[in-house]
Design a protein around this ligand. Structure first.
Ligand SMILES: Cc1ncc(C[n+]2csc(CCOP(=O)(O)OP(=O)(O)O)c2C)c(N)n1
Ligand SMILES: [Mg+2]
Length: 668
């Protein structure tokens, strides 16, 4: 068909038929894979059709168009809804072959939408509730970017489709109250109110009035029949005018169109079966073969996909002559500005000379004073521990509903919501989010940290009070297994610096690593400066390095991270005064050390030496460096409440204990 007749054909296709294309593709793909979730895409097909056809600003030919509306499928199990839309609207690479390969190895159509697998997937979803919470970060990103660059460059909406499950998850409460508080008015959530989850009717497990809950959080709320395109259209139009974020409750029937199964949990997560698929074709009036979308229907959808091209071209022209163009493009690419390395090294040099004794959380704040100055893309914050996490620098003004020109977010006591929002900010583009809480509360945001790692996002977690060294708050607040647990996660750098200099090096690594999120594990207690000789080279970049050589031929290698480096250095003195030549290796980041050459690692670990590692956490992770006769000095239990120096004595994490472990190891 030429484009003229395509347009004519497209105009005659009605909205329900367009939605039926989504339904058919979804049930056919699930049928073929014999795995997947047909119910949600079939139920929300009408709503999604209205959104994409009448409102969504996007251009499949330029999926990364910075001023596009964001669309987040929070109910990630309904992935076929998104894949159908990407295929139908003409995203490159999302072919009918990909739809046929749904859920197969290497297909773009993975079980749940995965960021980076195909253009048009804004974030990875599947862990329920993460999508809506990530979208809050995106909507915040829009407000911040609009304030920083102007509404001629940034002016768009963030739409979310969320299910009952997303709203039942605890993270949704953190996300919606944060969004309500910040009045993120361009955030619009379409709730698939189908009253069904896996176990059956939602009445089995919840009595919430979601509308009232969102209202209480400061949201605008609307309710519609999700199968009435007119009602859906009017509601979205109204939502866009609101001064508050909007929830649109869309009453739908799960598995809509499947005559015997619709409205039941049977359609949630299993193929409908050949018989029911055939009956659905009948009921929908969709006689076409599996994966076949008739020309006129496809043309109607492609016309929807084509409508954004004009706007994206106009936007591009605005950017071309914009006075902030260079900075906008630099930040979109995630490049660091000129002067970054110089600023880092000037700080390191000064600290090596001044040798202050400071907690690494204070070191982090000092480093941030420098970094926030040279990196306008940072967005700082804390989950209500600003003074403890030392995350706010002098020049950072708070972000508020009235003023988005600031760069510091008071996330409130919402660790999980904060982490997900930071993912959203990072995915949004042009921002480098960091946020703080106590290291022990990584447990409260671990699912979002996992998504930072899975999605390869540059998010920096400023996690202070990183051991029993926090003292009197006791075992509830003292991380013990957390370093090991975090080190177990793929694509996450766990950085535990020992002093001011290493802290700056670790911050620089976190900033430079574009595809790996970072945990900065920082102390509450003061630590001496151990890097007293300046090097422009980042020694922390190697993950581990020899901090103090032995006097004479080394018999012992002491390995330590963070606050225990000081203990290792004291133990070195004890051993050497006993005539035992000992070297000390600082290990700020095991992941980076593992990435070094075998030769470098062997050399740093000191071939032929007895190894003793010391860290105020559990032993796990250290074994690989200790060899058969090595020792570990650390924690085997939860902590205790007491002044921290007493705790180090109580748990036997001392220079004397390290030295005696080395001595008995040498005798063995
Ligand atoms: C955190 C999390 N817990 C559990 C699951 C497993 N799961 C996937 S979908 C689902 C039910 C979701 O119900 P709803 O959002 O109403 O989806 P619908 O059945 O309406 O499609 C569950 C429990 C998950 N994906 N994520
Ligand atoms: Mg449901």
């Amino acid at each position: 068909m030429d484009s003229g007749s395509m347009t004519m054909a497209a105009e005659t296709v009605n909205q329900t038929t367009m939605a039926n294309a989504i339904r058919a593709l979804s049930m056919d793909a699930v049928e073929q894979a014999n795995s997947g979730h047909p119910g949600m895409p079939m139920g929300m097909a009408d709503v999604a059709t209205v959104l994409f056809k009448d409102f969504l600003k996007f251009d499949p030919k330029w999926p990364q168009w910075p001023n596009r509306d964001r669309f987040v499928l929070s109910a990630g199990h309904g992935s076929m809804l998104l894949y159908s839309l990407l295929y139908l609207t003409g995203y490159e690479g999302m072919t009918i072959e990909e739809i046929r390969k749904f859920r197969q190895l290497g297909a773009k159509t993975a079980g749940h939408p995965e960021y980076g697998m195909a253009p048009g997937i804004e974030t990875t979803t599947g862990p329920l509730g993460q999508g809506i919470a990530t979208a809050v970060g995106m909507a915040l990103g829009e407000r911040l970017a609009a304030s920083q660059f102007g509404t001629d460059l940034v002016d768009h909406y963030t739409y979310v489709i969320a299910g009952d499950g997303c709203l039942m998850e605890g993270i949704s409460q953190e996300a919606i109250t944060l969004a309500g508080h910040l009045k993120l008015s361009k955030l619009i959530v379409l709730w698939d109110d189908n009253k069904i989850t896996i176990d059956g009717a939602t009445s089995l497990s919840t009595s919430d009035d979601e509308i009232k809950r969102f209202q209480a959080a400061g949201w605008n709320t609307l309710s519609v029949d999700g199968h009435d395109p007119r009602e859906v259209h009017d509601a979205i139009a109204q939502a866009r005018q609101s001064g508050k974020p909007t929830l649109i409750g869309c009453r739908t029937i799960i598995g809509f169109g499947a005559p015997n199964k619709q409205g039941t949990a049977a359609t949630h997560g299993a193929a409908l079966g050949a018989e029911e698929v055939a009956a659905t074709r009948q009921m929908l009036g969709w006689p076409h073969a599996p994966f076949e979308v008739p020309d006129d229907v496809l043309a109607a959808w492609r016309a929807v996909g084509a409508k954004g091209a004009k706007a994206s071209a106009a936007w591009h022209a605005v950017l071309a002559s914009h006075d902030k163009r260079a900075e906008f493009e630099r930040r979109q690419k995630g490049d660091l500005p000129a002067g970054f390395a110089e600023a880092v090294n000037a700080f390191k040099k000064q600290m090596s000379e001044e040798k202050p004794k400071k907690a690494t959380r204070q070191a982090s704040q000092a480093a941030l004073e420098v970094l926030n100055g040279v990196l306008p893309e940072t967005i700082g914050g804390s989950a209500d521990l600003t003074g403890s996490n030392n995350t706010k620098t002098v020049a950072l003004k708070p972000v508020s509903a009235e003023d988005f020109s600031g760069r510091y977010v008071y996330y409130g006591i919402r660790e999980h919501g904060m982490a997900a929002a930071m993912n959203g900010l990072a995915l949004y583009g042009g921002f480098l989010p960091y946020g703080g809480t106590f290291l022990v509360f990584t447990d409260y945001c671990r699912p979002a940290i996992r998504l930072s790692a899975l999605m390869k996002q540059r998010v920096v977690y400023v996690m202070t009070h990183d051991s029993i060294g926090l003292g009197e708050d006791g075992p509830t607040h003292q991380p013990v297994e957390h370093l090991a647990a975090l080190r177990a996660m793929p694509n996450l750098n766990v950085l535990r610096p020992a002093d001011m200099v290493e802290t700056m090096e670790c911050w620089a690594l976190a900033v430079e690593n574009r595809e790996t999120p970072s945990i900065l594990a920082l102390t509450r207690q003061g630590l001496p400066t151990v890097r007293t000789e300046h090097t422009d080279e980042s020694l922390s970049a190697r993950g581990a390095y020899e901090l103090r050589p032995a006097q004479g031929e080394a018999r012992v290698t002491l390995l330590a991270s963070g606050s225990e480096v000081e203990i290792a250095l004291d133990a070195q003195k004890l051993l050497q005064s006993d005539g035992i030549a000992t070297r000390v290796v600082s290990v700020p980041c095991m992941e980076l050390f593992e990435a070094q050459s075998a030769d470098y690692r062997r050399q740093v670990l000191g071939p032929g030496t007895l190894r003793v590692a010391v860290e105020a956490g559990v032993r796990q992770c250290w074994d690989r460096y200790l060899g058969d006769n090595g020792h570990f000095v650390g924690m085997k239990s939860f902590g205790e409440s007491a002044p921290y120096k007493e705790l180090y004595q109580h748990f036997g994490i001392t220079a004397e204990a390290v030295a005696s472990a080395a001595q008995s190891g040498l005798k063995a």
